[in-house]
Write a protein that binds this ligand. Structure first.
Ligand code: SF4
Length: 501
């Protein structure tokens, strides 16, 4: 299941996305809307930078003391009757899930949106065992029917239009539905309600886990997460091991930052804090509750000075909306669960496979817009540079790129060589330049010139202009006081020597 051809590399996947006009327009339209929403919501709040600092401090402190807060959470969750499991890998998390399913003789599952569950490919594993698995978040339901993966952390079906959704729902319902939002939402609502009532198990993700109370917190806009976590008799929650926050006070800060950064809302429509299974005095809730805490590469980031901060991420998606690369190609070009700048860091780091995934770190202009957008100030652009460096150090650089950089170093490390190469460039460009720009798509020029034109080497370089300026200055100096002129000559001689050394 995917939204892309898994045999393609990152460049080829990006090309597929660039050729899809609808996808580009849809992603652009929605990310613009989300960005403006965030801008308004954050300026309305006031002191946004102070809030960012506060949120960052909470995340830094929690991750620096993750062992302590995790054990506090586990102790308090177990005291409230929750079964807590640990999974070192995605495979282990799947095995734990299957044991619970078998013990409950479960035949059907309803799920609310959970990015960590995408890491496990849990839907596929459940379907293989003959267990019906239904996504109940509207966007997730759409992409499940389409047989795809999410293309945005917050808006999984960002790349689909109403007609495409109507086609998918028509096929699922066996009737022709119009591309009308109300009709389509009504169809999904009716279909999903049946499933909520029949399901043996409800599965959720976890936005935050509160150490001091042992509660897990869910943010949602559709109410489906509440249905998933209250109607079925058994609940399974997947939680990345970094989701912890120390206390309810910290939740106040996160509840302020997450919805504003994600969708520009002051608060999501529903926020549920669930502490253990149903008690006798409760009106609803599951009879049995399991939380599976998943590592899957996260602990590898702990203690790494370049990457530990990536665990601070609260999965708001703001960096995707700000990224000029994501906004052109959408999520499927990145090839795994997470996309955009956070995906470009998490994908190689969580998979610990630089050969396969290192190329994803090049899906960035390193402009730093992701850092500016991030509510917890993760320096993603620095991390992307570190990943590129690791890729080179581990020897996964293409031979042509290695040669190109060797040549660049050879030319740039000697002024005379540099000057000669400029002359050569001026001569060579005569054959490929037109009206002051290079339009040729030969060899390495293809990637750049397919979508824009490269400028030609200037007739007069900056150094030539500088030297001409020096000559003008000398002429002016001819009429000056001899002492001043002598001093200026000394300065110029010294500078000229340094320049040309
Ligand atoms: S890196 Fe920052 S902006 Fe991106 S999803 Fe995580 S918290 Fe949000």
């Amino acid at each position: 299941m995917s939204g892309f051809n898994p045999t393609l590399n990152m460049k080829e996947r990006a090309q597929v996305a660039l050729n899809d006009d609808f996808l580009r327009n849809a992603v652009k339209f929605t990310t613009e809307k989300l960005r403006f929403g965030k801008k308004n919501a954050s300026s309305e709040l006031g002191n946004w930078e102070e809030w960012r600092e506060r949120a960052r401090a909470i995340r830094l402190h929690t991750i620096a003391n993750l062992d302590y807060y995790l054990s506090e959470f586990v102790k308090n969750a177990r005291a409230k009757g929750t079964h807590v499991h640990f999974a070192a890998t995605a495979q282990e998390a799947v095995e734990i899930t299957m044991k619970i399913m078998a013990a409950k003789e479960a035949k059907s599952v309803v799920k609310s949106k959970s990015m960590v569950s995408e890491e496990l490919h849990i839907n596929h594993a459940l379907e293989e065992e003959g267990i019906e698995t239904i996504e109940t978040d509207l966007g997730e339901y759409i992409i499940q029917l389409a047989g795809e993966t999410p293309s945005h952390i917050i808006i999984p079906a960002i790349h689909k239009n109403k007609q495409q959704v109507a086609d998918l729902f028509s096929e699922a319902g066996g009737e022709t539905l119009p591309p009308d939002t109300k009709v389509l939402a009504g169809f999904a609502r009716a279909k999903l309600r049946e499933k909520f009532l029949q399901a043996d198990v409800g599965m959720t993700g976890c936005n935050f886990a509160i150490a001091e109370t042992g509660s897990m917190v869910l943010f949602s806009n559709e109410g489906n997460a509440r249905m998933v976590s209250t109607v079925p008799k058994t609940q399974i929650t997947y939680m990345g091991m970094e989701r912890i926050i120390p206390s309810l006070d910290d939740l106040e800060v996160m509840a302020t930052m997450l919805p504003r950064s994600a969708t520009g809302q002051k608060l999501t429509v529903y926020m549920s804090a669930i502490t253990g299974p149903r008690r006798t005095e409760d009106a609803d809730g599951p009879e049995e509750m399991h939380i599976i805490i998943i590592d899957n590469g996260r602990s590898q980031q702990l203690g790494d000075p370049e990457f530990q901060e990536v665990l601070n991420c609260i999965r708001c998606g703001a960096c995707l909306n700000a990224c000029p690369v994501y906004r052109h190609v959408g999520g499927h070009a990145y090839g795994w669960v997470y996309s955009g700048p956070i995906g470009a860091v998490l994908t190689p780091r969580l998979n610990q496979d630089m050969e396969k995934w290192g190329e994803v770190a090049y899906a960035s202009s390193l402009c730093g817009a992701c850092y500016e957008a991030c509510p917890v100030k993760i320096p993603l652009h620095d991390m992307l540079v570190y990943i590129r460096r690791q890729k080179v150090e581990q020897g996964y650089t293409p031979a042509a790129e290695k040669m190109a950089f060797k040549g660049f170093k050879y030319v740039m490390s000697d002024y005379k060589r540099f000057k000669r190469s400029i002359k050569l460039g001026k001569f060579g460009q005569k054959f490929i330049a037109e009206d002051g720009v290079i339009t040729s798509k030969i060899g390495p020029l293809k990637g750049w010139n397919t979508y824009r034109h490269a400028p030609t080497v200037a007739n007069q370089s900056f150094r030539d202009s500088w030297e001409a300026l020096d000559n003008d200055l000398h002429r002016e100096m001819a009429g000056m006081d001899p002492d001043i002129m002598k001093r200026m000559k000394e300065i110029l001689a010294k500078r000229g020597k340094t320049d040309h050394e």
